[in-house]
Write a protein that binds this ligand. Sequence first.
Ligand SMILES: [Zn+2]
Length: 350
Amino acid sequence: MKAALKKADGQFEIKEVDMPGLSAPDWVLAKVKVAGICGTDLRHWKKEEPDLECKIMGHELAGEVVEVGEAVTNVKPGDRVVIETVLGDDTCDWCRVQQYNLCPHLYDVRMETVSRAFAGYVAGPAKKFHKLPGHVSFEEATVLDTFAVGLHAVQLSGLKLNDKVAIIGAGPIGLGQLQLAKTCGADVIIVDVVGSSLELAKELGADAVVNTKTEDCYKKVMEFTDNRGADIVFECAGGPSMPETLPLATSVTRIGGKVVVVGGFDPGKTMIGLEWQRIQMAEIQIIPSASYSFWGIYPEMKMCLDLLAKGKLNAKKLITHNFPLDEINKAFATAQDKENSKAVFVALTV
Ligand SMILES: [Zn+2]
């Protein structure tokens, strides 16, 4: 099968590799139809990472089932599916209680199985394959991973009706967070430096937007919240902007409010200065959120699929570009250069 393998310089090359197979009776093999590029993928692009050399990346994907093991009952060949790529080792204390997003072996396990979207086929345990309703396209389904990340953050935040929410970052994660917060009945102000992303945020229901290139974020959030600050701030920018955006997030949180850290850090030590005295005296809670798993008895990805299928989430508006897998480097360049390309969610047709 065809696959995009990571090169030493961090770019991709398309090569022929062996097909994955069914390693257990409860496994499923699917043909990948559409894969997505997210902020986490972008942070690995053009970066020299010997551990990832010749590896298949990608963790947002939808496809069609081609083969199932004898113990599989939830899907059959020909079914259209979204594939959840958060998969633990199924043996640790956290996996046992469905907190597999915290599994110590999460990355090893997922990279060897379902988290290989930039390739022709993918195989893994059937419980990670969710059947799509006929009216949900493969492309839309590819955004479900992004929505599920936001839903897990909502769960940890305790967000409720009429809360005043600030979202830092209007990329795919931030715009997903916006839609989820609006669906929960919150008032939302969203912050970014890219004008086209903020325009899209308005179309998706943002009550106010702030472009920090030209506007004072603190002032606008205070105006939006009767000078209290936001009840909940979701930091959704992540990556190299964290040393600026996390302090910004804490500065616009009200006394007794919460900051949920959704955006991803780069590996290793990131030093970020925060106003700890104010954070302590104001009892501001800082809540890190890591991918997604279950909310009570429901898988968070399945919850997002239900919301999408019922029209309570809009994936179509987030998908700004689609490239064939062969043009994966061009697709990454487009996703990275969002100020010029106006890219939000960039999809790859496999
Ligand atoms: Zn585990």
